[in-house]
Ligand binder design. Structure first.
Ligand code: FAD
Length: 462
């Protein structure tokens, strides 16, 4: 197995070249994973990140399962191991079902999962991208197709000195720079500027409010090493998590259903962020007067500094006609393409699959992959293998959101018993684990069969 080289990414002061092979907008998990995979395959790739430095604070963990492990190792041999070593491989994933705070069922979900701080995954990836290829303070604001490429315009974003919860999209620009690329990848997250230009839509609130933080393990009383605990209350809809994230770090989370949107309205128009004043008290209010099932999470919140609490309304975007634009010189990846409710924990995993498949699609076109016809074929292949799969995952994720079931659950599923719903979800998870096989559906499943037309196209690819 190849050994991963050590390097470091810091803010790059030298300006980027005027022309690059592949420009990636967004230095998050998806953009960096793609950069790692493309560099491994010899492409000229540069990452343009709006923030002053690669983002390190989200108070979040990522749960990495088999599909993402396969994608990571496909991007660069040894990457799965490098990530795993920074996290905790859960030996127990305990799921508690409650009714009005009383435990009615406890299950051990036997599924290997690496739980790791979001920040640690980001750091592992960032170390593999040479600093001269990462350009922070570059916020994409426009792109335009030109002969054999795309001109990409970035606002140069200075340090605003504003609070963490001021989104980088709102910070003032102090100049502009245009870079010509053969291919632009919009990996600029849920509020993607690339997607806004391409499709003009915006993500919507999916009626869950979420508080989370990554804290020293001693903040969560009784949490055992390498365990993950989830509670869900059938009656109140309250969901909590506590999990070991490895190396002395752990994670807590509280998620509240907000059916009529009143809780979110009370927070004002901002999406939330890290260290919002009053966030700690708001999280605690939802656990007030509840039983011992919540003692550890309540105690963890009390121990956490407000500055470390991430408060957000959960957002998702929906399907769009195509992920390609500008004569097939622009393509979406990760949350920009398919931001989803985090219930099944598939957001980053699907971004890693995207990155892996985009690398393979470009390589399949040979050494002239960035020439007009070749890049179009590569992107069409990528879209065929990714779009239907991601939309299926998005739809499943939305079923677990705070939106009413009439809006999210297919009519033929609505009358299912709890056991039938669980079976269906397990079939969904099994399908995802077969990655990279069965890209558009599992012929052996009952609920996730590939649509015949798409399956034929995939078979024609060989
Ligand atoms: C509470 C919660 C829990 C989650 N748990 C899991 C989990 O267990 N497992 C899992 O797989 N996923 C999980 N996710 C989802 C996961 O975090 C995201 O899906 C993943 O980070 C998406 O990666 P990305 O690169 O597409 O976007 P991001 O990581 O958001 O990166 C986008 C980057 O683009 C930058 N940017 C934005 N605008 C511009 C611009 N105009 N120009 C240049 N750069 C720009 C941003 O600063 C950012 O660095 C969770 C999400 C949430 C909210």
């Amino acid at each position: 197995m190849a050994v991963l080289p050590a390097a470091s990414v810091t803010e790059q002061k030298a300006p980027p070249p005027a022309e690059v092979g592949i420009a990636i907008a967004g230095g998050g998990l998806g953009g960096l994973a793609l950069a790692v995979g493309l560099l491994e395959r010899g492409f000229d790739v540069h990452v343009f990140e709006a923030a002053q430095e690669l983002r390190t604070g989200s108070g979040t963990i990522i749960g990495i399962t088999a599909n993402a492990n396969t994608a990571l190792d496909g991007l660069k041999p040894g990457l799965e191991r490098a990530v795993r070593e920074e996290g905790s491989v859960s030996k127990e994933w305990l799921s508690y079902r409650l009714q009005d705070g009383k435990e009615v069922e406890k299950k051990n979900i036997k599924m290997g999962i690496t739980v790791i701080r979001w920040q640690s995954v980001q750091n592992v990836l960032a170390k593999l991208v040479p600093p001269e290829r990462v350009h922070c303070g570059h916020r994409l604001s426009a792109y335009e197709a030109v002969q054999d490429g795309v001109d990409v315009t970035f606002d140069l974003v200075g340090s605003s000195g504003e609070h963490h919860y001021t989104h980088r999209n709102e910070q003032a620009a102090c100049g502009q720079r245009t870079v010509r690329a053969k291919l632009l990848v919009g990996a600029d997250g849920i509020r993607s500027a690339v997607r806004r230009i391409m499709a003009g839509d915006a993500p919507r609130y999916v009626h869950h409010l979420n508080w989370n933080a990554v804290v020293p393990t001693e903040f969560i009383p009784g949490l055992e090493k390498d365990t993950l605990h989830r509670t869900e209350d059938d009656v109140t809809g309250l969901i909590t998590f506590k999990a070991d994230a490895g190396h002395g770090w752990s994670f807590w989370q509280v998620r509240v259903r907000d059916t009529d949107g009143r809780l979110a309205d009370a927070l004002g128009p901002k999406w939330g962020g890290l260290g919002k004043p009053g966030a700690k008290q708001r999280a605690l209010e939802h656990l007030e007067g509840l039983g011992k099932a919540y003692n550890a999470v309540r105690s963890a919140i009390e121990s956490t500094a407000e500055a470390d609490i991430f408060e957000r309304r959960l957002m998702a975007n929906g399907p769009i006609d195509t992920w390609l634009d500008a004569d097939s010189r622009v393509v979406l990846l990760g949350d920009a393409a398919h931001a989803m409710h985090p219930g099944p924990g598939e957001g980053a995993r699907q971004a890693f699959e995207d990155a892996h498949q985009l690398c393979l699609a470009l390589v399949a076109q040979g050494p002239r992959a960035l020439e007009r016809g070749a890049v179009r074929r590569a992107l069409q292949r990528y879209e065929l293998l990714r779009k239907h799969r991601c939309e299926t995952v998005q739809a499943m994720a939305l079923e677990g959101s705070g939106l009413p079931p009439e809006e999210t659950v297919p009519p033929e599923i609505r009358g299912f018993t709890r056991e039938q719903r669980v079976d269906r979800f397990m079939e969904f998870a099994s399908w995802l684990r077969t990655y990279p096989n069965n890209p558009v559906g599992d012929p052996n499943s009952r609920f996730f069969k590939p649509p015949a037309g798409l399956q034929r196209l995939v078979e024609e690819l060989g």
